[in-house]
Ligand binder design. Structure first.
Ligand SMILES: Cc1ncc(CO)c(N)n1
Length: 222
């Protein structure tokens, strides 16, 4: 079994829980409360800004010109995700204004920065991977269920994340290939560290949906 196959096998229960999460199921049905959508978009604005910065850190850790090009293309996609946020804000009529990171957003973005600053190239790729991978799975599964129908106000959101048939590059295949190359000479314990980095990010993907669903906040005003 390759390293990526092992990580993907271990990721299956979490990915299944993400697909079954009421927020993700609500996207499939086109029924999510305004409060949940607004909380999500506000937190995701922070998250995506940090994701771009961590991508920039990541591309300083490799000399592979193809990987650098792919990482820059990923950054381009992420900066276009404001379209996905607009789909949600058009439903609620909300404007993102005065907000700050909630506990789970902080946990996730801290994990990304720590892994990319202090870790290897493999850690940096691993910490970023569950974001793109899990949204790709959500997009393609919801499209295959026909959730992107005209009656669904979140149709366009779903389609932004579903891999496009005309895409020249399978970005998730590249990401797992980069991960595989990055751990090629690692010991078992080094590989396990990278696997933990990946799985922790995926847990935080679940928590990101859950936090918006529960409207989780800091305990105190400060
Ligand atoms: C938290 C989170 N994970 C993944 C994506 C997809 O890029 C996103 N927009 N937000």
């Amino acid at each position: 079994m390759t390293f990526s196959e092992d990580v993907l096998t271990r990721a299956q229960p979490m990915m299944a829980a993400i697909m079954a999460h009421p927020f993700v199921q609500g996207i499939a049905n086109g029924k999510v409360s305004d409060d949940t959508l607004n909380y999500y978009v506000e937190q995701d604005e922070h998250y995506l800004k940090d994701y771009l910065q961590v991508t920039a850190l990541t591309l300083t850790k490799t000399d592979n010109a193809d990987d650098i090009a792919r990482l820059l293309e990923t950054a381009q996609f992420v900066s276009n995700e404001s379209k996905a946020h607009e789909v949600m804000l058009n439903i609620t009529g909300h404007h993102v204004a005065d907000w700050r990171r909630s506990p789970d957003t902080q946990l996730y973005t801290d994990h990304m920065y720590t892994s990319a600053y202090h870790g290897t190239y493999a850690d940096a790729i691993a910490v970023l991977l569950p974001c793109a991978w899990s949204y790709g799975v959500i997009g393609s599964e919801l499209v295959s269920q026909g959730a992107n129908n005209e009656a669904n106000p979140l149709k366009e959101w779903i389609e932004i994340y579903a891999p496009q048939a005309g895409d020249a590059i399978d970005y998730n295949a590249w990401r797992f290939d980069a991960l595989e190359r990055a751990v090629a000479n690692f010991s078992d314990s080094q590989k396990e560290h990278v696997a933990q980095t990946f799985l922790k990010s995926l847990e935080m993907e679940w928590r990101f949906w859950e936090a918006a669903w529960q409207q989780t906040q800091w305990q105190f005003e400060f």
